[in-house]
Design a binder for this molecule. Structure first.
Ligand SMILES: [Zn+2]
Length: 243
């Protein structure tokens, strides 16, 4: 389960891993908090509503390319996740965790990943709390009806990198603890990003940066049901127990 802020984050931040693990038979679920209606690049849209509708379709097309099992775009306001009621947003996310029942969750760290976007920071904060609270029967107990049960995912990762974007405010990234070799799915990831046609002015910048990074996606293990010293990983499912 991947929790993001904007349509295109799923491809740019997690696309290679989403496609790779789907190929390995893993069910994948992307939950995107906003329809990206505040984007600078508007693809000719005349209003926020029109842009939101356009970007929902682009998200669905990208999910198709990445063969995501289930992709959902919620309706929180783009650019304003830090102004939302934390307890309410985490309530929404916790219910999705309890329904989808992921073994592993991926999101951004509180630094906001390489772009440092406040929405990325907040998506990571909300998702981290949902990760920790979904398994406790004393958090949002009202949800625990009609077959909804607490669910404790086994691992939480933040997307990270070993470089910073030029000409931006400094960010302090979490150290890399897991490096996933995405192989030829690198091209699938680029194709999924380019499904976000309204964001086409970003394509050269994106492609330049991902090509420099190569065929790897990097993550930081934040929490794990297995305690003990951290191990460097090449597989996000390492040590994960099947139900
Ligand atoms: Zn984003």
């Amino acid at each position: 389960m991947v929790v993001t802020a904007h349509p295109d984050d799923e491809a740019g931040g997690f696309g290679g891993s989403l496609r790779l693990y789907r190929e390995r038979g893993v069910e994948t679920f992307v939950l995107c908090l906003t329809p990206g209606q505040a984007a600078t690049h508007r693809g000719g849209a005349q209003s926020d509503e029109e842009l939101a509708a356009m970007r929902r379709k682009e998200f669905a097309a990208a999910c198709e390319i990445l063969k995501v099992s289930r992709g959902i775009v919620l309706n929180y306001p783009d650019g304003k996740l830090h102004l939302q009621d934390l307890y309410r947003v985490v309530c929404d996310l916790t219910l999705y965790v309890r329904q989808f029942r992921p073994h592993v969750m991926l999101t951004f760290g509180p630094e906001g990943a390489i772009t440092g976007h406040t929405d990325h920071s907040m998506a990571g904060v909300f998702a981290s709390l949902a990760f920790h609270w979904a398994g406790r029967n004393n958090r949002y107990p009202d949800q625990l009806t009609n077959g909804v049960q607490p669910h404790r995912p086994q691992k939480l990762y933040y997307a990270t990198a070993t470089f910073a974007l030029p000409d931006r405010q400094p960010i302090t990234l979490p150290p890399v603890t897991a490096t996933v070799d995405i192989g030829d799915y690198f091209e699938t990831k680029v194709a999924a990003f380019k499904a976000h046609k309204s964001q086409s002015p970003l394509f050269p910048l994106f492609e330049n940066h991902v090509r420099q990074r190569g065929r790897q996606e990097m993550f930081h293990l934040v929490a794990s049901v297995k305690t003990g010293p951290i191990a460097l990983e090449t597989d996000l499912l390492a040590g994960v127990q099947e139900d």
